[in-house]
Design a binder for this molecule. Sequence first.
Ligand SMILES: [Zn+2]
Length: 156
Amino acid sequence: MTLSRQRALTLRAEANPTCAECVSRPGGPEVYTVTRFRDNALLAWDIDLAVEIWSDGRIPLQVPDDVLNNILEVNGTTPEHIDHVDLGFPGIACAVDWTPHGNPVMGLIDGSHRAARARRDRVPYFAYFLTESESVRCQGTVGAHLCAHLESLLKK
Ligand SMILES: [Zn+2]
């Protein structure tokens, strides 16, 4: 995690000490995990690596409303936290699954609360899109494997 991101998250946690989402964010590796609906597979992405990848100069793209609605039906959000996030920072999107016809099912691996805020406030939401190979790289780090393993133990 970059120092400026770490600092911003620390300041936000200090400003919202009763919000579990805010106080859980600063420090440690950031990993997003999701249980894939189709086969119950536990997937994990290293968000620090995802941020490093999109920092290559690519521009964020608007997430279409129908895709955003589908994502927000799956990604859990904490209503209290929605007012604490900054829409100035785009999310990170990638394929989290594939349809039987081979089309990608897009998901957000970072920025669910910002997406929920954008939908509530009726403003466009933007995300950096990772390619399939970039997504695979983010799932292959030690941090991602460790978080997936720990989460699988917690589910037992
Ligand atoms: Zn919060």
